[in-house]
Design a protein around this ligand. Structure first.
Ligand code: PXG
Length: 297
């Protein structure tokens, strides 16, 4: 495996960052999780634009232009010979001293890219659906560093996921400070009731997921069903006909048990199944090519 760090490629065992990097010392940095399907990188531009937004939001200057980052991502996937891949792009504040002051990170940001095989939920989960519990850990409020920044501070999500695991569930729902549903620890959430599809708005405190956006586009274009963004309590999930999650890792996946309640018929519902099919077709037929070279004139 070859890992990109600041313009160089390293073997896995030699791919290291400094213990003085503020990404390590403080979680001061941002990341993206990106998929490649069939030799093409899925919605790369969306991920790069979100990276840019996250960077601006935390006063972080990206060390390269988005075009240069795009080239580095494509090259990393190519060097590793991957067709289907999970790509982790991380930008940290860089090497500083032991204080919080970002001005001490004089060398600028550190950027690294890992391209690895993908790990998915086993196939059966796409038929049977996931079990969810509500976490006791609340989503960060909008008056904190907003959950829309994909920052290196994932401790709340990791603790919430551990609660799910302890309860025998695969994912945890995080409520925001007003008790509304925000999202899961690594996925956005949707529910379907009497033919209408709903998802929490950005103002509920969510990471604005790339897969969420794709799902909304496919609901409108393929299912003729425009998703409504509105706040809702857990009650709406408990009484839904179908619930599904979206994320780069999980793609589109049904949730059929929530806090002990069975949702719908207790298996992936018909609308979710259709959406999963459309998502897979779309994901396998689009994206930034890794291996096709541009033909000479
Ligand atoms: N919400 C949160 C909190 C996330 O971390 C999503 C929603 C979905 O966003 P995308 O853009 O992926 O549709 C995420 C996704 C993993 C993994 O291994 C996923 C995420 C972060 C870390 C790991 O599945 N983020």
């Amino acid at each position: 495996m070859k890992i990109y760090i600041d313009g160089e490629y390293y073997d896995k065992d030699d791919a290291k960052v400094s213990v003085f990097d503020h990404g390590v010392l403080y979680g001061d940095g941002i990341f993206e999780g990106i998929r490649a399907y069939n030799g093409r990188i899925f919605r790369l531009e969306d991920h790069l634009l979100r990276l840019q937004d996250s960077a601006n939001s935390i006063l972080l200057k990206l060390p390269l232009s988005l075009k240069e980052i795009e080239k580095a991502i494509v090259e990393t996937v190519r060097l590793n010979g991957l067709k289907d891949a999970y790509i982790r792009l991380v930008v940290t504040r860089g090497v500083g001293d032991l204080g919080l002051d970002m001005r001490k990170c004089k060398g600028g940001a550190t950027l690294f890219i890992i391209a690895d095989k993908i790990e998915l939920y086993p196939d059966e989960f796409y038929e049977k659906g996931l079990t969810l519990v509500t976490s006791t850990i609340r989503q960060k409020g909008l008056d904190q560093v907003t959950p829309s920044v994909k920052s290196l501070n994932y401790l709340a999500n990791i603790m919430a996921r551990a609660e799910a695991t302890a309860a025998g569930a695969q994912e945890a729902i995080m409520l925001n400070s007003t008790g509304h549903v925000s999202e899961c620890t690594g996925d956005n959430i949707f529910f379907i009731k009497r033919g209408k599809i709903f998802t929490p708005p950005t103002s509920a405190g969510i990471l604005v997921g790339v897969t969420r956006q794709v799902a909304m586009e496919l609901c409108e274009s393929k299912l003729a069903n425009k998703v409504v963004e509105r706040n809702f309590p857990r009650y709406d999930l408990y009484s839904a006909d179908e619930v599904f999650l979206t994320g780069t890792g999980a793609e589109v996946i049904s949730a059929v048990k929530i806090d002990g309640r069975t949702i719908g018929k207790g298996v992936a519902g018909p609308v979710t199944r259709q959406l999963i099919k459309h998502f897979r077709e779309y994901a396998n037929s689009t994206g930034t090519p890794v291996y096709e070279t541009v033909k000479a004139k």
